[in-house]
Design a protein around this ligand. Sequence first.
Ligand code: ATP
Ligand code: MG
Length: 235
Amino acid sequence: MLTVDRLSAWYGKSQVVNDVAFEVACGKTLGLLGRNGVGKTTTIRALMGLVSRTGQVTLNGSQLGSLPVYKIARSGLAYVPQGRHLFPHLTVEENLRLAWHGAKFDDGVLERGIGHFPPLSELLNRLAGNLSGGEQQMVAIGRALFNQPAAILMDEPTEGLSPLFQEKVGAVIERIKASNIAVVLVEQNLNLALNTCDDVCFMERGSIVHKCSAVEAKSPALLETFLGVGGALRT
Ligand SMILES: Nc1ncnc2c1ncn2[C@@H]1O[C@H](COP(=O)(O)OP(=O)(O)OP(=O)(O)O)[C@@H](O)[C@H]1O
Ligand SMILES: [Mg+2]
């Protein structure tokens, strides 16, 4: 269970996230939705300890709210950043090795990391910077799953991907849920978000302004109010 309470975050003196609170149980997905610039990425970065923040973050009973980022990662919170953030001049395998927290990196570790995306095994010796966007996203998600996290934060995992790769990412999120990992998902593809998430938080100007189930969030009136896209869902 990932529990977030009174989370606030700042860039310098400007407060970008205000008193955010939510819970995600193991095997469930919570969507953070909102227009551009409302603070979704900053909320995720605050949970990882990457921006100046206050508040309580608890993962399966451990308090993470004031830990440095490397301790948060080692406590079982994994992060797939917006834009992937791989090392472009390293190979896929080197990118995966760098993410590994354990002492010994062996074939079992590697297989677990690429198990979610079997095609990755064909790419291990390629430079990450030469991969397609979809392939890079697979590496970024594989890297986040390497250390068997208890919860995973995914920021726009389908951004810039073809419909086929978007579907693959959706299928992977389902498999992650089935592994009993809690997922926080920021996602612009509304069909994918609302079909994958259990619950949804709508954000405006750094605050959560509405929480509901993903089924309720399919209401065109809600989508119009909070995202300005009332008729956007495929039926
Ligand atoms: N490094 C930074 N320094 C100062 N302000 C920033 C920084 N990064 C983001 N901001 C500001 O913080 C606010 C929230 O940005 P954030 O990236 O969290 O939004 P977002 O909801 O993820 O947007 P998007 O949907 O475009 O990804 C915005 O006003 C943005 O301009
Ligand atoms: Mg963002």
